[in-house]
Write a protein that binds this ligand. Structure first.
Ligand SMILES: Cc1cc2nc3c(=O)[nH]c(=O)nc-3n(C[C@H](O)[C@H](O)[C@H](O)COP(=O)(O)O)c2cc1C
Length: 311
């Protein structure tokens, strides 16, 4: 059983953090589906939490969940991150904290946060140490292989030495963005070099591929693959997916979007989720077009539901 600090995960699988996607609504739905070991929120600005920014506070709304929920914090200042982590520990029901050291977005990198930390190892160490001191909650850190060059052996060693409970590696450099293939061939060497659990991440789109990768890591993080197939975690745990499951999922998704988002955001959200759903579906060309062209949430929702009947 995978242990992250004091937390034992029922499955060694994690819903990866995705900004604008792994918010409360999606995590509620994935929790309902089940099969996943833990979930990570979208990235949340430590500065926003520290200043109790209203919109940031809305983003951290928690909910009673069966699956342990981690909050992902990003920032560049050790004190701000530590203060935000202390606040999460004292005032929310999140089960753990994940630190973002992988975001490739230029604005984030320029501020020294996200994958910018992979270029400043003293700061990276100070961030992990400060957050470790500020919270008793399980602590994970998510990195990439490096910024322009691989330095993951160094970063993961520092992260473990400063007291993190597990490290998640997206097997791409910052400079690779989301292009090409994740370099899973480095997983075994990283794991051998590390005394805390290694969670591997990148391009897992099927349960078969995930099981293969679990041979070389302690756990796997799945992002886009979970949006393309929300049942992937259950499948990894050995439960087959039925034809009717996707129809039910689509209907719950539509209802959750209506419940959790203001009207002006609903159509955009539905299209964002649809964009991932088509990833694993050959022949989607004919049905996706009218959905993407639609200017009305209810129309787009009906079109999507008609594509995936609920038997
Ligand atoms: C739309 C989108 C948003 C993302 N947002 C975050 C984020 O907020 N924090 C983070 O650490 N990674 C973020 N990622 C990266 C994913 O967590 C993951 O590392 C990456 O997508 C590779 O895994 P996958 O192939 O399973 O999707 C994001 C990825 C996507 C596609």
């Amino acid at each position: 059983m995978l242990k992250i600090g004091s937390l034992s995960l029922v499955q060694p699988t994690v819903l990866a953090p995705m900004a604008g996607l792994t918010d409360k609504a999606l995590r509620l739905l994935m929790d309902e589906i089940g099969g996943c070991g833990m979930m990570v929120s979208e990235m949340i600005a430590a500065e926003g939490l520290r200043r109790r920014n209203r919109r940031t506070l809305e983003m951290i709304a928690d909910f009673p969940a069966r699956t342990p929920q981690f909050i992902q914090l990003f920032g560049a200042q050790p004190e701000a991150l530590a203060e935000a982590a202390a606040m999460v520990s004292a005032e929310t029901a999140f089960a753990g904290i994940d630190l973002n050291m992988g975001c490739p977005v230029p604005k984030v990198v320029r501020s020294g946060a996200g994958s910018g930390l992979l270029q400043d190892l003293p700061r990276l160490a100070a961030v992990v140490a400060a957050v470790r001191r500020s919270t008793p909650l399980p602590l994970t850190v998510k990195v990439r292989l490096g910024f322009n060059q691989v330095n993951v052996m160094e970063t993961t060693k520092i992260i473990a030495a400063q007291g993190a409970d597990a490290v998640a590696v997206h097997f791409r450099l910052r400079s690779e963005g989301y292009t090409g293939h994740a370099h899973w061939e480095l997983a075994a060497a990283i794991k051998e070099n590390l005394r805390i659990p290694l969670l591997g991440n990148g391009d897992i789109m099927t349960a078969v591929f995930a099981r293969e990768k679990l041979q070389v890591t302690d756990g796997v993080l799945i992002g886009r693959g979970a949006l393309a197939n929300p049942f992937i975690f259950r499948e990894i745990a050995g439960k087959p997916t039925l034809e009717s499951d996707l129809g039910k999922y689509i209907r719950c998704l539509g209802a959750l979007i209506e419940e959790h988002y203001p009207e002006r955001k609903r159509l955009g959200k539905l299209k964002a989720f649809t964009r991932f759903l088509v990833l694993s579906r050959p022949g989607s060309r004919s049905w996706k077009r009218p959905i993407f062209l639609s200017q009305d949430f209810h129309e787009a929702r009906s079109l999507l539901e008609a594509t995936f009947p609920c038997m």
